[in-house]
Design a protein around this ligand. Structure first.
Ligand code: F1P
Length: 288
């Protein structure tokens, strides 16, 4: 909980760090063809960043789960995201690559930092919990700030998300669906669903918002929560209400909405008698 609550402070540090010359030199330059890789949470942050960078016109940007990296493709730079710096699939990609690489990590002095050409260490955002929250969002804030986004409002929105009451009609749900209302927020929706699974062992799914009508709406009922990150498609709220689901769509920075989901995941876990920091079957990093 303390790690979740420290996100606005960590984000402020990341925004300041984004203009540090060493950090600017390590992150992708305008026009470079870039691939971003990671596993789990880090992969979903990679997806969000890749789509933002591409849509900003700063260069073709792809995101891959590290296990699916296409070595046949030509990239100018590969960015690896890994809190632990010890994830096997990320290490494998960095070992095989012959192009410039940048690692963004929580812990320096790890195999990932040894293999990467450039390293950005966000030690202030590293965390004890097995479940990632602030490292992931802080890394994305750094990358968004480097793209030129002004993120003061996002920080204020995160503070608001930390202050929101979590009412029983949100916590007492048996199915959680998160929708990406803009292409870059689909990665955030995937991460929100992962948080609900990891921290509270909930049944959670995610889709691009417009895909929701193409099948997933079939599972929606009175026990469902449907939460949109970003702008909702016209009329979708009525469809969800018609299926009996509880709908949330707020005019806030989507990354701040992820902070709200961190808190929801903790509350649902506690309600079910689970420890949200140490999910069953999960370790801090996957070393194969
Ligand atoms: C990646 C990751 C985490 C997940 C769990 C297992 O770790 O998949 O996202 O929550 O802790 O490892 P990393 O490469 O970012 O350290």
């Amino acid at each position: 909980t303390a790690e979740i609550a420290s996100q606005p402070a960590c984000w402020r540090r990341a925004i300041a760090l984004a203009t540090d010359p060493a950090v600017v030199a390590a992150l992708p330059a305008r026009g470079e063809r870039v691939a971003v890789v990671g596993c789990g949470t880090s992969f979903f942050m990679a997806q969000a960043y890749a789509r933002l960078r591409e849509d900003e016109g700063l260069g073709e940007t792809d995101a891959f789960a590290a296990s699916e990296f296409p070595f046949s493709r030509d990239y100018d730079r590969v960015v690896a995201l890994s809190r632990s710096g010890t994830t096997t699939e990320v290490i494998d990609v960095l070992r095989r690559l012959r192009v410039p690489t940048t690692a963004i990590v929580g812990t320096p002095g790890t195999p990932v930092t040894e293999l990467a050409d450039q390293v950005v260490a966000l030690e202030f955002a590293d965390e004890r919990s097995v479940v990632q929250t602030r490292f992931a969002t802080t890394a994305l804030v750094l990358l968004r700030a480097h793209l030129g986004e002004r993120l003061d409002r996002a920080v204020l929105d995160a503070e608001q998300a930390l202050a929101d009451p979590l009412t029983p009609d949100l916590v007492e749900r048996n199915q959680f669906t998160f929708l990406g209302g803009a292409p870059w927020t689909t990665g955030l929706a995937a991460e929100a669903a992962l948080k609900m699974r990891e921290a509270s062992l909930s049944w959670a799914e995610s889709y691009p918002a417009a895909e929701y009508r193409h099948g997933p709406i079939a599972i929606t009922d009175e026990g469902s929560l449907v939460w949109v990150f970003g702008t909702a498609p016209e009329g979708l709220e009525l469809d969800v209400a018609g299926a009996g689901g509880r709908w949330i769509a707020r005019d806030r920075d989507p990354l701040a909405e992820l902070v709200a989901v961190h808190r929801l995941a903790v509350e649902v876990a506690l309600l079910r008698g689970l420890h949200p920091d140490t999910p069953r079957n999960l370790t801090r990093s996957v070393i194969l």
